[in-house]
Structure formats: C-alpha cells, structure tokens
Design a protein around this ligand. Sequence first.
Ligand code: NAD
Ligand code: DEZ
Length: 377
Amino acid sequence: MNIFIDENIPYADDFFSDIGEITRFAGRELTAEQMTHADILLVRSITKVNQTLLSQADKLSFVGTATIGEDHIDKTLLANKGVTFTSAPGCNAVSVAEYVISSLYVLAEKYHFDLLTKTVAIVGVGNIGKALQKKLTALGINLLLCDPVREQTEDGFVSLDYALTHADVVTFHTPLTANGDHPSFHLLNEANIQLLKQDVCLINASRGEVIDNQALLNEIYRRDKNQELTIKLVLDVWENEPNPLLELIEYTDIASAHIAGYSLEGKARGTEMLYQAVCQHLNLPVVKKLDELLPIPSVTQLTLNNQEQDVNQLKQVIHLVYDPRRDDALFRNLLAVKGFDWLRKNYPMRREWSSLKLERISNNQKGLNYLQIGFDV
Ligand SMILES: NC(=O)c1ccc[n+]([C@@H]2O[C@H](COP(=O)([O-])OP(=O)(O)OC[C@H]3O[C@@H](n4cnc5c(N)ncnc54)[C@H](O)[C@@H]3O)[C@@H](O)[C@H]2O)c1
Ligand SMILES: O=C(O)[C@H](O)[C@H](O)COP(=O)(O)O
C-alpha cells in the first residue's frame, strides 16, 4: 500500500506508517509520473488534484485533503474514476475563529476602539462562521450574518449589501466558488466595495480570490486621495498565492501567509480526520488518537489575579496564547527573503485557546465567561 502524503501534513508517520509505505512530497511539485505508484494520496490546498496530475494514476483508490477548502480538487473527476474522496471539514475552524478575534483585539488596541460598540458581519456562516459567531456572541459583540445559501431555509441572515453598508467589521468565511447560485469569486469587488463604511475593519481568512485584490487597492487609493478614513485591513489570504499583490501589503494592519487555520490542533485534526477516513476505506480499526500525540503547551495554566475581567485582561490572555502580530512581523520581514510557501512550511508552533487552563482567584467572578469563548477553566 503506497501512501503519498504532503510534507506539510503533521503526524503522518504516527497515523499512517503501519498502514503502508509513505512517500512525502512537496505540495506544488507532485508529478503525474509519481502518481503511477500511489494507492492513496493525501494533499493540502496547494496540490491541484486534476486530470493532469492523475493521468497515470491507475492504482489510485483514495484522495484526501487535510483541509477544509476543496477548491483545489476536481471532485467530478475523482467520482468518474471511482476514487474515494474526503476533506477535513471543520478541522481548523476554531483556529481561524481565534485568528480573527485575536486580530480584532489588535485593531481595537491600535485604533483605540471598544469592540463592544462595533457590529461584526460574518460573510459565510458555516463551520468557521459558526465558531466565530459562538465566540463573538459569548463576548457580547453585535453580529450580522450573511449566508444566502443558509438563508434559503433559515431566518436571521442579511444581504451582502446590507452587511457591507451597516457593519463596522466585515469578515469573509465563504468557500471559493465560481459557479452555482451564489459564486464567491470576487464577492467583494469594484461594484460593491464603496458600500463599506468609512472606518470599516475588513478581514479575509477564506480564499484570496473572494476579494478582488486590485479593486481593494484601488479603493484604498481612492479613500486616501479623498482624505477619507482608510480601511483597517487584515489579510491572511491573497489572490494569486504564493505571489500576493505586493502593493497591498503596506496598507494592511495585519498581513499573514494563509496561516489562520494553522494552529497545531487545527492541522493535526485534519490528519486525524484523514486517518479515520482511510481506515474506513480499508476496513481497518481506528486505533490512533490525536490527543495522545499533541505536545504539552508551553503555557498550560494561568491564574487570573483580579476580581473582574476587563477587556485588557481578556486581550492579554488571548494574546498570551496567540498574537497575530507575530505572524505579521514574519510576513513583512521574510516574504521577500524566504517566500510565501516557506513562511507556511516553517510556521512556528501555535496552540488554540483550549490549551490554556485558567485558574481563578475566586469562583464568584462575574463578567466574561472564559469557558464559553474556548478557554479551559
Ligand atoms: N485562511 C485559512 O487558513 C483557512 C482555514 C480554513 C478554511 N479556509 C477557507 O474558509 C472557507 C470556509 O470554511 P468553512 O469550514 O466555514 O466552510 P463551510 O463550507 O462549513 O462554510 C462555508 C459557508 O459559506 C456559505 N457560503 C457559500 N457561498 C456563499 C456566498 N456567496 N456568500 C455568503 N456565504 C456563502 C455556505 O453556505 C456555508 O455556510 C473554506 O472553504 C476555505 O476556503 C481558510
Ligand atoms: O482550506 C483550509 O483548510 C485552509 O485554507 C488551510 O489553511 C489550507 O492550508 P494548506 O493546505 O494550504 O496548507
């Protein structure tokens, strides 16, 4: 059993070494010739699984992507070839939600605003959007939800134009789609970008192509020329990765190399989900568990030393576990020297909020419930 596994899939040996012979590959360099030997192929988002790659893959019976996004997979081709496919839905949803909230508290600090006075629009309310909705609701932050697919059968959603016009923060969490009733390609574009409020915070942690990056840059120039307040910008994903629009970077408040989903837990859950799917595919018992593999966090416990949680304490606790300014500094300092893919391949350890246990001075503390937003209490 020959298992081809992307080099950026963690814990591959732990989960798969006793199932078959593992061949690791660099995600952008896998060739059709190599695929002649593969029974199982496990990829990440940068490997295009298409006719070109699979033209000689006569032994292939299973393809898995250790990611939420599937836009790099020709699923129709796999179905026609009788190849089983699975992705890792929700594996890094918490990681992305925590990236967004950590970034919002950086913006609140930098621009001296109170998040509780802001309305946040979540565009795309699936696994990630729901994780974000749960945390932001627990933080008492006003929300608008935009999801035309869910809106067909559920209440409580607003149109994109309404969200763009009324929200102080707009954060995108749709898949990248070019077809269907609600294509997301260039969802934010030249025609609607001027609807954004004067001092809006704009976040993209979905796919770069969901926002027309040139139209965004042009809008930034236009607002600057008209001496309007500029857009506060958090970009984790970029059109044309790994070659982002360089002129856009200087106008971002937080820029990162498509790492919002890169918590250790998020990436490792993707591996575990593929392992479970491979076991089902091969009729093998599931005997490996991720919890047995995760390392002890560098900070495991914190005692909160004041009776009332205030926003400063909250910000410090959140940024103790993960502060996106770290990734922004790496991006700005190393993108030109090392490159986008290197930044992702060499991403430093990052844990999720649940890895930190909060000890309290007294149990009668009122205010924020850290447990509800995802800390271990
Ligand atoms: N930056 C990162 O590291 C990172 C990590 C994980 C996922 N992602 C991206 O985020 C995307 C969303 O992830 P998810 O797990 O929430 O997926 P999901 O499929 O669970 O949810 C996506 C939601 O978007 C909605 N949607 C689809 N088209 C829409 C449109 N035109 N307008 C508004 N809503 C629309 C869907 O109805 C669905 O509810 C993934 O497809 C992936 O591309 C990025
Ligand atoms: O789709 C996803 O899960 C995320 O975009 C994830 O960050 C992709 O990571 P990659 O496969 O590019 O390493």
